[in-house]
Design a protein around this ligand. Structure first.
Ligand SMILES: Nc1ncnc2c1ncn2[C@@H]1O[C@H](COP(=O)(O)OP(=O)(O)O)[C@@H](O)[C@H]1O
Ligand SMILES: CC(C)(COP(=O)(O)O)[C@@H](O)C(=O)NCCC(=O)O
Ligand SMILES: [K+]
Length: 257
């Protein structure tokens, strides 16, 4: 069975797949120091707890944190007796090309999102991923990744305010009652929430104008629904888009092997 690992700068998601069916998904915080043995203790105890008695013999990894990859390779080798497919590394082919400046290393999560979204929706897409950073990935009509936008993530923006200003507290994002805040927390939430609505709308509008074709906007990441409930920003929200992309890339590599 396949273990798919999506490592972001904040969280790492592990998912076990039987063909196209996800059997279980677990999330842990991303820490580059974590060893293969630590991953295995965590993973095997969750599998035992949920009575998932399967043999993992294939692994695919996407990691925005390069230092984590070494330990995930050791995990695959030592405990699952296989060499992992690592997106963006030699030995892992991608179903679509990436048309960016020579020498640019695109974040593997963005290539994976592109593959997942193109598989489900076809071309001419904007994929918005609300992760540590908020990324906009532009997918051409033929499925190629043709560039995008990187903006500071929602929580990163709130943390930056807290870290830089002595009197600003730590605040969780939520939709404020009104735009004009009457206390510090409400003012901060308003700035980030409504600022973000504007950011997403403006960037998508400008991408569409620049490309000159109708485009669908697909959103992923835990915070996307918060913004969608307020304004119709996206054509679709798909929580599992990155995982789906990993499955698509894994399937493609098996087909061409
Ligand atoms: N459902 C959710 N509700 C609120 N915050 C969330 C949710 N999912 C993720 N987050 C927060 O959003 C930020 C990005 O998380 P995540 O999408 O896991 O990032 P990455 O993929 O970059 O590791 C983190 O600060 C995380 O705590
Ligand atoms: C932009 C990112 C930091 C987003 O990572 P994430 O928020 O998913 O942790 C990541 O895709 C990355 O490190 N990209 C490299 C540069 C690029 O994609 O052009
Ligand atoms: K991500």
């Amino acid at each position: 069975m396949l273990l798919a690992i999506d490592c972001g700068n904040t969280n790492t998601v592990f998912s076990i797949w039987n063909g196209t069916q996800a059997i279980a998904t677990w999330r842990t915080s991303t820490e580059w120091q974590r060893t293969a043995d630590q991953y295995y203790v965590w993973l095997s105890s969750l599998m035992a707890f949920q009575k998932i008695d399967v043999v993992i013999d294939e692994v695919i990894v996407s990691s925005t944190v390069p230092r984590v990859v070494f330990n995930l390779r050791v995990l695959s080798d030592r405990y699952f007796n296989c060499r992992p497919l690592v997106v963006g590394k030699a030995g892992c082919a991608l179903p679509q090309e990436s048309r960016v400046d020579i020498g640019t290393t695109v974040g593997p999560d963005r290539l994976v999102n592109t593959a997942g979204a193109y598989d489900r929706h076809g071309g001419d897409l904007i994929v918005v991923d609300f992760g540590t950073a908020t990324t906009f990935d532009v997918v051409a009509s033929d499925g190629a990744y043709v560039g995008g936008v990187i903006a500071p993530g929602v929580n990163l923006s709130l943390e930056a305010l807290h870290n830089a200003a002595a009197a600003l507290p730590h605040v969780d994002i939520s939709k404020p009652q009104s735009v004009v805040g009457t206390n510090t927390v409400a003012c901060m939430q308003s700035g980030v929430f409504w600022g973000y609505i504007g950011l997403v709308r403006e960037i998508c509008a400008r991408i569409k104008a620049e490309r000159g074709v109708p485009m669908k906007v697909i959103a992923t990441g835990g915070l996307a629904p918060l913004f969608q409930q307020s304004e119709a920003l996206f054509d679709a929200f798909e929580e599992d888009l990155t995982m789906h992309g990993l499955i698509v890339i894994h399937r493609y590599n098996k087909e061409i092997a």
